[in-house]
Design a protein around this ligand. Sequence first.
Ligand code: NIG
Ligand code: FE
Length: 386
Amino acid sequence: MRTLITNIAELTTNVAVGDDPCGTMNDAAVLIEGELIAWVGTTEGAPSADEVVDAAGRAVIPGFVDSHSHLVFAGDRAAEFEARMAGQKYAAGGIRSTVAATRAATDDELRARLRGFLDEMLAQGTTTVEIKSGYGLSVADEERLLRLAAEVTPEVTFLGAHVVPAEYADRPDEYVDLVVGPMLDACVPHAKWIDVFCETGAFTVPQSRRVLEAGIARGLAPRVHASQLGPGEGVHLAVELGAASIDHGTYLTEADIDALAGSDTVLTLLPGVEFSTRQPYPDARRLLDAGVTVALACDTNPGSSFTSSMPFCIAVAVRDMGMTPAEAVWAATAGGARALRRDDVGVIAPGARADLVLLDAPTRIHLAYRPGVPLVRAVWKDGASV
Ligand code: NIG
Ligand code: FE
């Protein structure tokens, strides 16, 4: 099956041309063949196809690549959010209440919830999703969360070191022993990535190093949650261990920025977290100007960021973090792909996955210019219109 999308007013390919990293094309067309993109060019020179979709002057962008989410959980924390909006501070400890709800849920309940979130994300243009464990925190529960995540995405992350569970509260190092021992054994078969929450109230730098090095030794690739609640050494640890990404980065020092700029580690910013924890927004402008590679992700979770909307995150990143619309869209597509070390998504080029979003707008700028408006008109994932 060959599907041609024609009359695209503005196509974001993310194949850099000159000083435009978005590789923007006008009056463009894209040919989808099976699950892949077969051809990209102008409407005038387009090849024939079985089916033609007339974009009629609208914009097309790559499907969003959301490189950070926690979608396998039960319950919610609406009351915690309400209290926060009334002045209470966000603390890592809230994670434990979601752990209790998640442990009590059946596989089918978790699966139904997970699939609901994925549908919600797809409708908002997200075609690739990374999913972490971290609300099980026992060998059996972490294993099942990862097994459920692996049913729906290859981008599965073992986050047994999310927080120390209540039953280990006074012996955190014994919990780390469990994570790097039997829990890792049970989880390795389902995961591609190892992650740790390196933060005051979660895991120290030495504990985080143990977790990451144990995962690396078992073939998992590292990514790190750090500098969310205050400055710390997590960024340096991530860069030293060659992590694909350090996520959050709300409180970065000059030394962190220098280390990131000189590394292959992507900085994944999570605007939904600052929004819903009332923390200051990181200065993405300064980071980009320093040469840091920035990704945007939703961090969908019931505590710190219960949005699944990449358009929302783009709008906030532009309005409050100093990114241009083009930079924000790049970060939410190609940036996410970099953070997952993928080159087959986040880009519209022959041979890439046919993951595309048709916007009900003539330019990608509208994603920030019209916040809260559902602008995703059509989505293709793996070549199929969804
Ligand atoms: O990425 N930072 C740690 N973990 C999640 C929050 C989880 C929660 O509050 O339930 C995050 O923000
Ligand atoms: Fe997270």
